[in-house]
Structure formats: C-alpha cells, structure tokens
Design a binder for this molecule. Structure first.
Ligand code: 5SP
Ligand code: FE2
Length: 218
C-alpha cells in the first residue's frame, strides 16, 4: 500500500500549524519538506529553523528533500532539526557515497533523488546503501509544474530494479502528481507519493488529503 507525503512548499506558512493538523486528519503519512538554496535550484524556500518548529508540532516523520549544493555541509544541522529521511541529489555533491554514509551515521534514512534527465544507472554503486530513491517527475525548484510523461518508464524500471535485487528501498515520486494521475503512478510501483499544489489548491485540505489517501490505498 502506497503512502502519502504532502509537500508543504505550497502551504500557507502563516497558518502552518492548522494546515499540518488538517493534513494529519486527512491521513498524511509523512511531511515532505523541500529545502531549496537558490543555487542548486533557482528558488529559495526554507531551512532548519522552520523544520525545527515543524518537528515540535507533529509526530509525522519528516521527509526532507535537500535541493542544495554540497549538502554534506548541512547534514548534521538537518538531523538536529528533526529530519527522519534526508534525500540529496547526486549532482549536488562530488562525494555522493560519502554523503549517504554520513546521513546513515546519524541513524537517519538516506535517499538519493534523480532529476528527470538523470539515468537510473547513476545509482549502480550506491543502491545497496540506500533507504529511498526519489524519482523527480518535474525539474526541481518549483511546485505546480506538470508531470513529465517520460518519467513513467523510469518509475517502472526503478521498481523492477528494487524488486530484482530484493532491496528494502522506498520508491518515492515527486512532482506534478494530481488526483487524476496518482493511481497510474502507484500502479507503476511507487511506494511514497509527494503531492504539493494539488492538495493545497483545495480550501478543504483535510478532505483533499483523504481523497488522495483513498486512491493510493486501494
Ligand atoms: O521537490 C519539489 C519541487 O522541486 C516538489 O516536492 C514539489 O513541491 C511538489 O509540488 P507539486 O508538483 O506537487 O505541486
Ligand atoms: Fe520535493
């Protein structure tokens, strides 16, 4: 059964506490936190102070997606802020293997994210160490973009690879997921679904979250 990780990037930050309560009531399994540095991606979002505050008001696991250059500089800070999963981009560091080991040394789950143009083969020598693979189905940096259809095949291939090697890896899909395509994405083999704009565009956040949950749980 797939799980749901709403992305707070599209939330109303002035109402964060009540927004998170509504996501929880609607059945969210994780909270997806998009950290952007204005360098690795063109946008700037938020960092550890916000994550630390969120940690105090929820028991949901924090799924932290780092879109920052040289993430090794800040892994400990994100662990201290309360991250349960930390996902980095391979292109953002020279020493991906070392960063994965660093994340795991803190007892936190380690993920690697693949940009739409990044080949699955780039994970060949680190895949055995991973807890999560995040397939980007839009180019990272912004919420509200459209799902790139070519990524469906990458999701399918990644599922096959994980199963073939009998690995215990969560397959997360992030970007352009909506009520009308989420079922297809789950059927391709995704375990963890990120949804940002298509949850927060609805004034009834709790209901919208539960609608996604119903679809991905069936
Ligand atoms: O990492 C990212 C964007 O870089 C995502 O997590 C988005 O925040 C998802 O938003 P939607 O595409 O669902 O609006
Ligand atoms: Fe993300």
């Amino acid at each position: 059964m797939a799980k749901l990780s709403p992305s707070l990037l599209s939330a109303n930050f002035a109402e964060l506490k009540s927004e998170i309560e509504k996501l929880e009531k609607g059945g969210a399994d994780y909270l997806h936190l998009d950290v952007m540095d204005g360098n690795y991606v063109p946008n700037i979002s938020f960092g550890t102070p916000i994550i630390k505050s969120i940690k105090k008001i929820t028991t949901l696991p924090l799924d932290v997606h780092l879109m920052i250059d040289k993430p090794e500089r800040y892994i400990k800070d994100f662990v201290d802020a309360g991250a349960d999963i930390i996902t980095v981009h391979g292109e953002a560091t020279i020493h991906l293997h070392r960063v994965i080991q660093l994340i795991k040394s803190f007892g936190v789950k380690a993920g690697v994210s693949l940009n739409p143009s990044t080949n699955l083969n780039s994970l060949e020598y680190v895949i055995d160490d991973l807890d999560l693979i995040l397939i980007m189905s839009v180019n990272p940096g912004f919420g509200g973009q459209s799902f790139i259809p070519a990524i469906k095949n990458k999701i399918k291939l990644t599922r096959e690879l994980i199963d073939e090697k009998s690995l215990n890896i969560i397959l997360e899909v992030d970007g352009g997921v909506k009520l009308d395509n989420v079922k297809e994405i789950v059927d391709l083999g995704a375990d963890l679904i990120v949804v940002g704009s298509d949850i927060f565009k609805d004034s009834n956040l709790e209901l919208r979250t539960s609608q996604f949950k119903t679809i991905i749980s069936n």
